[in-house]
Design a binder for this molecule. Structure first.
Ligand SMILES: [Ca+2]
Length: 84
């Protein structure tokens, strides 16, 4: 099949995740706790998270953020399905 000129599906979702990480992380390219809370509140307002359970790292790199997103996705499958 022909490649779409704009990313769609999973690729579009990955682009959005990468973009929003960088938008919120700022120049140091790390998410501190305030930036992480703002990202979750802005980008995922319908989902409820307990950040207290997410380890104690003060700043999160992109790979660490993706690990957190993967665990959120697993934990919220039912919640997200009911929103679709
Ligand atoms: Ca930052």
């Amino acid at each position: 099949p022909r490649q779409p000129s704009h990313p769609t599906g999973e690729l579009a979702a990955m682009c959005l995740i990468i973009q929003s990480f960088h938008d919120h992380a700022g120049e140091d390219e790390l998410l501190d706790k305030t930036e992480l809370k703002r990202l979750l509140k802005t980008e995922m307002p319908g989902l409820l998270f307990s950040l207290d359970d997410q380890g104690s790292a003060d700043k999160m790199s992109f790979p660490e953020y993706m690990t957190l997103m993967a665990s959120f996705a697993c934990a919220c499958q039912g919640q997200v399905k009911s929103m679709m």
